[in-house]
Design a protein around this ligand. Structure first.
Ligand SMILES: Nc1ncnc2c1ncn2[C@@H]1O[C@H](COP(=O)(O)OP(=O)(O)OP(=O)(O)O)[C@@H](O)[C@H]1O
Ligand SMILES: [Mg+2]
Length: 1006
């Protein structure tokens, strides 16, 4: 590194807050809040947005995706080993092919193979048999090359495949694809109905490939006027069959057909569609995705707001991928590669959280591959208005709009107020319909009376009935809102969700209801409940939450972000299948989920101390009466007299508008955007930046946000800030990122922390403690979590004394000596003060250290007196930040030693289980307890799972329903096939002759 560069990243203690506050005083406010003429100087967008964000943060208290970054290197070491093997067998195969080419293929060969196979078939179940067939075929091809005898029953398959392959370039053709092909067919065999014979499978595949090619041809030839491209909305009939088999959907709703047949949709224009909750929006998006993958042969990106929703979608679509030969790749949590593996032969559907989608789009732009992405779908588009996560969606979409030539964007939502703004932003058409397949009746309860919500009535509420309850005085005291009366009208025959304003309230309400439930509730689904409690205990390493222990026997549980992910999953599953009939929950269950709920009760119109927003209300009540699960649905909002007037607006007013969040937190979103635009070479001058900003929602809303004079100014302030932070430089007109700037945007590191991180890592290099994880854990403990936990000094000291001498020295070296902690624990005054942020960060590092040692959340939660929800969120944020730091260090040569270390640490933090369970937990939705069950039952690797018979699996594994077993097997097949395909692509790349290989002539002429 030369001295100039060194200067680039010299660390200054910049009082960034102060400076940024001064530098970005842009006076912006939404129009509805400003006076008629001009913005008052005191109205600042940042504060308004900050308010919004706080609310949003509360609402999404479990906004679960804390992994907004690159973390692509997780499986690299094993991958290299596999690559070596694959390369070796490839070489072997090339040599053997030369020999076998000399052999003539005779009918005897065919016959022998068939007979042998027929003999082997006898003792195996059909699905396993089919897999064996494929493996056998692969083996024989690997041993004998492509020209060896082919079993008769596969002739048709290979013909159809060969037709497909004819169009491929000669190198890297059929011979190289054999592993992936065989795997794919094996997977297809197992995924299809177990009884399917391979001949019919082959025929089906031939028909499918024929239909796809017809549809694709039609697509290529299609003029803008041609609306109909094929038998099922341009897709093969097989898709229709799969919709029935896998989703139980026989026919599309009328609106779905209309929407899919819209001219604008046929012409691939951008589209926003808006329908009530449970209107069936997902299906339309999925059909368009399939069209993109199968007919246009382009990749697609599906953005969902939470990790749990991404996992659910990956599980649901994996079977489609296996059957229709495309890949479903999960981008959530620690999963996802950047840039994604380039697939030559198959298209990919990336299912991603908001943060991961942004990183994915960045990586595609950086690698000039953005045009491979044919379609971007954003579910819950109203999240654009949701604080910093909204800003990330906006950045992602603006980048796609600006850089991609023909990528279509589709957004959907049930709660959009200002579609026009969003239409202008996305240059999109709009489709709206108020269809809801299951009627949802909305009620409010005031005192002992239930009123139906009716916007036509003068005061919005129409008398419906008196609530029927007979309460004793003690009961009245305990349950003044009559929740028990309302709940018991529905349970246990139907299920019920009770939304509560706080986590604690969820637990209390659950407990309170159980106190008054009849004894016979205990007898319902007793064995399943016993099993559930056992599973909860297993997932807690022997401990189970005392509240759940009391409520589950009654079929009641609470659900909020204080539970571990695994507990939530177990409870959701139990509720879905009727073992539990009532969940008391926070907004954790408000968006997008399909759970049964005949009745949804809103305990109060507040989330924490804030009055509900209309969109939040709509999402919550929208969980009642889901199509295909319930035949009717109703919601009851419990009101106190004081809230009556405000509640009218809540239930009857039009939906709120969503506003750009780029200016949130003093323009943090805008600054981050600008840094990455320069870094990705999308823009390199002020003029280009201005052009780009025209593609943002902020630009569209600048009048409402009162930013007409401010947008240019905001840009200048941001540039100034980035220069001051030494993240960008300007030479004449040209803007470029510094090394620190590049590391910052590549690692998705918060601009406020990048220089601190650089300093900490540099200091770390001077004496890195490597005989334990403590030092590394300290370096990846997220800066923004230190304020969320106050150290308990006695606990701190106790833990400190358990450290080795080297670990204590390490702690002292970062600024937390034993004497400091000891004095604090003894309640003595400390003469030499310490940096409290560093002290708290070290404390959190001790929590993580403890967790990695014990691998048990409950033990650590008890040891540090912290909730297990907090510890889990600390773990996932640290895992996320660890991969951020990894990508940060990758851009800075001086940090080379960190790379290998952080790769391993990310892996350990991602799963935090014993290493043998990790391969199973890579499968979407398989969590620790399930992984243990599977492992103990003999399914020890991904390959075991991918080849499992779902029926056998569901019979062997306790409480694993057939549908879940199918999904697990399909997801495992998908993951295995994806890994195999990635290896195959790498083999292809390695063996492909470089185009610019100097020829002998060229060398001679030198
Ligand atoms: N044509 C159809 N026939 C039968 N069921 C359908 C059809 N389309 C969708 N469904 C089912 O309706 C249920 C709700 O659909 P979906 O999840 O797409 O709703 P949504 O519009 O996205 O609602 P939300 O806004 O709450 O997310 C799902 O279980 C889905 O399988
Ligand atoms: Mg939905």
């Amino acid at each position: 590194m030369n001295s100039a560069e060194k200067r680039d990243i010299r660390i200054k203690r910049v009082s960034s807050r102060k400076r940024s506050r001064e530098s970005s005083q842009i006076h912006l406010t939404p129009e509805r809040k400003r006076g008629p003429e001009k913005c008052p100087q005191s109205c600042r967008i940042s504060s308004i947005m900050a308010e919004q964000q706080e609310q949003a943060a509360e609402f999404c208290s479990d906004s679960e995706d804390l992994f907004g970054d690159y973390d692509s290197l997780l499986q690299d070491s094993s991958l290299l080993a596999k690559l070596d093997n694959a390369e070796q067998s490839e070489r072997q195969r090339d040599v053997q092919r030369d020999f076998t080419n000399l052999r003539t293929k005779t009918s005897a060969d065919v016959l022998t193979d068939s007979i042998l196979e027929a003999l082997a078939e006898e003792d195996l179940p059909p699905s396993m048999q089919q897999f064996q067939d494929q493996v056998q075929e692969t083996r024989s091809r690997l041993q004998g090359g492509d020209q060896t005898s082919t079993p008769l029953k596969n002739i048709e398959t290979s013909t159809s495949l060969r037709n497909k392959e004819d169009s491929r370039p000669p190198r890297g053709g059929a011979s190289r694809r054999s592993v992936a092909d065989a795997l794919k067919r094996a997977m297809l065999g197992n995924a299809a109905s177990p009884a399917a014979a391979s001949r019919s499978a082959a025929l089906k595949e031939a028909v499918l490939s024929e239909e796809i090619s017809v549809a694709r041809q039609a697509m290529e030839e299609v003029s803008a006027e041609t609306p109909d491209l094929g038998p099922f909305f341009g897709l093969p009939t097989r898709v229709k069959e799969l919709m029935l088999r896998l989703k139980g959907i026989q026919n599309l709703y009328e609106w779905q057909e209309t929407c899919l047949n819209l001219q604008s949709v046929q012409r691939r224009k951008n589209l926003i569609y808006s329908l009530p909750t449970s209107g069936g929006k997902t299906l339309v998006a999925e059909i368009l995705i399939l069209r993109e993958l199968l007919c246009r042969r382009k990749d697609a990106l599906f953005i969902l707001p939470y990790i749990s929703l991404v996992q659910e979608k990956v599980r649901g679509l994996a079977s489609f991928g296996v059957e229709l030969d495309f890949l479903v790749e999960e981008y959530a949590g620690s999963k996802g590669r950047f840039p994604p593996v380039k697939r030559k032969h198959r298209r990919s559907l990336y299912v991603a959280t908001i943060e991961k989608a942004h990183s994915l789009v960045n990586s595609l732009i950086e690698n000039q591959r953005i045009d491979d992405l044919g379609l971007v779908v954003v579910d819950e588009l109203h999240m654009l208005g949701d604080g910093s996560r909204g800003a990330i969606i906006e950045m992602t979409l603006a980048k796609v709009l600006y850089t991609a030539k023909s990528t279509q964007i589709i957004g959907m939502s049930a709660t959009l107020g200002n579609i026009r703004d969003l239409q202008t932003f996305l240059r999109a058409e709009n489709y709206t319909n108020d269809f809801r397949p299951v009627q949802l009746k909305e009620y409010v309860k005031l005192q002992g009376t239930i009123y139906e919500v009716d916007p036509k009535e003068e005061d919005c509420f129409r008398f419906s009935r008196l609530l029927n309850f007979k309460y004793s005085s003690s009961m009245q005291k305990l349950d003044p809102d009559h929740i028990i009366a309302m709940v018991t009208e529905v349970i246990p025959t139907h299920s019920c969700l009770v939304f509560c304003p706080t986590k604690k309230n969820c637990e209390n309400v659950g407990g309170m209801i159980c106190r008054y439930l009849r004894e016979d509730f205990l007898r319902l689904h007793e064995p399943e409940k016993v099993l559930l409690l056992r599973q909860l205990r297993e997932s807690g390493g022997g401990s189970v939450c005392p509240v759940l222990r009391r409520t589950v026997p009654y079929g009641v549980a609470y659900h909020h972000s204080g539970l571990t992910g695994e507990e939530r999953r177990l409870l959701e599953e139990a509720y879905s299948c009727g073992t539990l009939c009532l969940l008391t929950c926070t907004s954790t269950l408000a968006a997008g989920v399909n759970l049964p709920a005949r009745r949804v009760i809103l305990r109060s119109p507040y989330v924490a101390a804030d009055f509900l927003k209309r969109s939040q209300y709509k999402q919550m009540v929208g969980r009642a009466g889901r199509a295909g699960i319930d035949s009717e649905g109703e919601s009851i909002l419990i009101l106190q007299d004081k809230d009556r007037l405000t509640a009218k607006t809540l239930v009857c007013a039009p939906m709120e508008s969503c506003f750009s969040n780029l200016m949130l937190d003093e323009g943090k979103g805008l600054r981050t955007l600008i840094l990455s635009l320069i870094g990705l070479n999308i823009t390199s001058s002020v003029q280009q930046l201005q052009d780009f900003l025209r593609c943002t929602l902020l630009f569209v809303q600048q009048k409402q946000l009162c930013v007409q004079t401010g947008l240019e100014e905001a840009l200048q302030h941001s540039l100034h800030f980035l220069q001051e932070k030494e993240l960008i430089t300007a030479e004449g007109e040209t803007l470029s990122v510094t090394r620190l700037g590049k590391a910052t945007y590549k690692g998705s590191v918060d601009l406020l922390y990048s220089s601190v991180l650089y300093r900490d890592l540099s200091k770390g290099l001077e004496g890195l403690l490597l005989n334990s994880f403590l030092h590394l854990l300290y370096l990846v403990t997220p800066y923004d979590m230190v304020h969320q936990c106050k150290p308990g000094w006695m606990l701190y000291y106790t833990q400190f004394t358990l450290l080795s001498a080297a670990e204590q020295r390490m702690s002292a070296s970062v600024g937390v000596p034993e004497s400091f902690v000891a004095r604090k624990a003894a309640g003595q005054t400390v003469r030499k003060s310490a940096n409290m942020e560093v002290v708290s960060r070290m404390y959190l590092a001790l929590v993580l250290f403890s967790l990695l040692k014990d691998l048990n959340l409950w033990v650590v939660s008890d040891r540090f007196q912290l909730s297990r929800g907090f510890i889990q969120s600390l773990l996932s944020s640290s895992c996320s930040f660890c991969s951020c730091v990894l990508h940060f260090t990758e851009e800075l040569e001086e940090f080379w030693p960190f790379r290998a270390l952080l790769t391993e640490l990310t892996r350990r933090l991602s799963y935090c289980v014993t290493s043998e369970l990790i391969p199973l937990m890579e499968v979407a939705g398989v969590m620790e307890a399930r992984a243990k069950q599977l492992y103990n039952a003999g399914y020890k690797t991904l390959t075991h799972l991918a080849n499992a018979d779902a029926a056998v699996l569901s019979n062997t594994i306790e409480n694993l329903h057939r549908k879940q077993a199918n999904q697990i097997v399909a997801s495992a097949k998908m993951l295995l096939s994806e890994k195999a395909a990635a290896l195959q692509e790498e083999v292809d790349d390695l063996l492909t002759l470089p185009k610019d290989l100097p020829s002998a002539d060229a060398l001679r002429s030198l």
